[in-house]
Design a protein around this ligand. Structure first.
Ligand SMILES: [Zn+2]
Ligand SMILES: [Zn+2]
Length: 317
C-alpha cells in the first residue's frame, strides 16, 4: 500500500499501518468482540461496504490482519484474524481506554477493564520493564531522537485525505472522540509526538515536521481547545505551546506506539525515537500494571466487560 519508497521513520510507518479512525475501530472490535467477518464489522460500525473493504485491504497489506478462508452460505469466504504484531497492540488500546476514561467527558460510561487474575474492575498504570518501577509518567522520562529526520513524509502520503469524524459511530464502545481525533489524523499525531520531544515554538514545529503553517495553526488551536496544549506568550517572541496535565497523560499511548513501531517497523538509521526512563537511565520498555493488585497485566488475563457500558451498581472487587 505504501509505494512511495522513501525512507520513513518507524513511527511514520506504524502510523501508516494503523491507518485512520476506521482502521482503529476495526482493530478495536477485533480485540474486544473477536470480530473477524466482514458483515460483523459492517453491522457493528455502520460502515459502507466500500469503506470497510478498503480498510480491511489496507490492514492486511500493513500486516495487521490476515485473511483466513471459511465456508459460509455455500461458498468460501475470508475472515480476518489479528496477526501477532496486531495482537501486541492490546497495551496501546488499554492505554487509550484509560486516558479517555480519565480525561474525556462522555455521555455514557466506557466498558470496565476486568483483571481476571485479581477479579477487580480496575485501571492500568504505566511502568518501566527495564527497571520494574511504576508508575512512570512523561515527567519521569526524556524522549530523544536520532540525527535523521524522524518525521519525514509522515503525513504526506496519507491514504485518506478526509477524516470521517462526523460519521464515526457514537455508541459507547466506539466513542473515543479525542483519541480518534489525535490518532486518526497523522499531523495531529506527529505534532503531539514532537511535543513529547519538547518542541514548543510554532517555528520549531514547522521546521521539525515540515508542516504547512495553516495546518499547524489549525491543529495547535484544536489541541488548545481540547485542553491538551496550553498556549503562552513569550515576551516579544510569539507563543509557545506546552503540554497540559491532560496532554502529558497521553504519554502511555505514545510510549506504546513508539515501542510497537520500533519492534515492527524499522526506519532508516538515526530516525528512531528513544524514550529514556530517567531514573534507571535505560531505554524504557513500557508495561502495564493493575492498579488493584499491582501485578503486571497480561493480555490473556484481562477483558473489557461490555455490559459495563451501563454502569453496574455494585462492582466486584
Ligand atoms: Zn526504568
Ligand atoms: Zn489485578
Amino acid at each position: 500500500m505504501d509505494t512511495a519508497g522513501e525512507p520513513r521513520g518507524g513511527i511514520g510507518q506504524a502510523l501508516l499501518a494503523l491507518g485512520d479512525q476506521w482502521s482503529l475501530l476495526i482493530l478495536q472490535r477485533a480485540f474486544l468482540k473477536h470480530t473477524r467477518r466482514f458483515a460483523e464489522w459492517r453491522d457493528e460500525l455502520a460502515m459502507s461496504d466500500s469503506v470497510l473493504a478498503g480498510r480491511l485491504r489496507e490492514l492486511v497489506a500493513g500486516g495487521l490482519l490476515e485473511p483466513s478462508p471459511y465456508r459460509g452460505e455455500g461458498r468460501t469466504r475470508s475472515e480476518y484474524l489479528l496477526t501477532d504484531r496486531a495482537r501486541e497492540l492490546w497495551t496501546f488500546l488499554v492505554a487509550i481506554w484509560s486516558w479517555e476514561r480519565t480525561w474525556v467527558e462522555r455521555p455514557g460510561g466506557l466498558p470496565d477493564l476486568v483483571h481476571e487474575r485479581c477479579g477487580a474492575r480496575t485501571d492500568a498504570e504505566l511502568g518501566c520493564a527495564a527497571c520494574g518501577k511504576t508508575p512512570v509518567t512523561a515527567r519521569d522520562t526524556r524522549t530523544e531522537r536520532g540525527a535523521a529526520n524522524t518525521f519525514s513524509d509522515v503525513a504526506v502520503h496519507r491514504l485518506h485525505r478526509r477524516t470521517v469524524r462526523e460519521r464515526a459511530p457514537r455508541d459507547p464502545l466506539s466513542y473515543f472522540p479525542e483519541t480518534l481525533e489525535i490518532l486518526g489524523d497523522r499531523w495531529s499525531t506527529v505534532i503531539l509526538a514532537a511535543a513529547f520531544l519538547r518542541v514548543r515554538r510554532f517555528a520549531a514545529f514547522q521546521s521539525e515536521l515540515g508542516v504547512a503553517p495553516s495546518i499547524l495553526s489549525n491543529r495547535l488551536r484544536r489541541f488548545s481547545e481540547l485542553g491538551i496544549f496550553v498556549q503562552s506568550d513569550i515576551a516579544g517572541k510569539g507563543h509557545e505551546y506546552r503540554l497540559t496535565d491532560k496532554g502529558l497523560a497521553f504519554f502511555p499511548v505514545f510510549a506504546f506506539l513508539v515501542d510497537w513501531a520500533q519492534r515492527w517497523h524499522s526506519g532508516p538509521p538515526q530516525s528512531e525515537i528513544t524514550i529514556v526512563h530517567t531514573a534507571c537511565g535505560k531505554p524504557m520498555i513500557p508495561f502495564l500494571r493493575c492498579l488493584n493488585c499491582h501485578e503486571p497485566l497480561v493480555r490473556d488475563e484481562i477483558h473489557f466487560d461490555l455490559t459495563g457500558t451501563v454502569r453496574p451498581g455494585a462492582a466486584t472487587g
